[in-house]
Design a protein. Structure first.
Length: 118
């Protein structure tokens, strides 16, 4: 459980990185539905771990993570400029399969629902 400032900063960074991802022109990112699942900020606000997920699956998320890792300097500069932070945290991107997992749960629930309605 983080402090109020830590949680607020994590949400602000998550929102801004999601906006920046939509603006990037890299085909590994722009051709897929990429989402920023969450951002975990260190206690001293010097590091942030950003979890990236894709509807198409974990392999697409890993490709997007590689592309974002290559653009870390640009993303970090934009986050610092947009949020006006005194010290912009170092960003590490991690592939996450939370969207794919959620989609599978929805499919299973729909299957169960259709069994009961028939």
């Amino acid at each position: 459980m983080g402090t109020y400032k830590q949680n607020r900063t994590a949400e602000d960074i998550k929102r801004e990185i999601a906006a920046i991802v939509r603006e990037l022109k890299d085909p590994r990112i722009s051709e897929h539905l990429i989402s920023v699942a969450r951002a975990d900020v260190a206690g001293d606000l010097s590091y942030v771990k950003v979890y990236v997920s894709a509807v198409e699956g974990i392999e697409v998320a890993k490709g997007a993570t590689k592309a974002l890792t290559g653009a870390t300097g640009l993303v970090r500069r934009e986050v610092g400029k947009r949020l006006g932070l005194r010290k912009t945290p170092e960003i590490k991107f991690v592939a996450d399969d939370s969207i794919e997992y959620g989609m599978n749960i929805v499919k299973k629930l729909e299957e169960i629902s259709s069994e009961f309605t028939d």
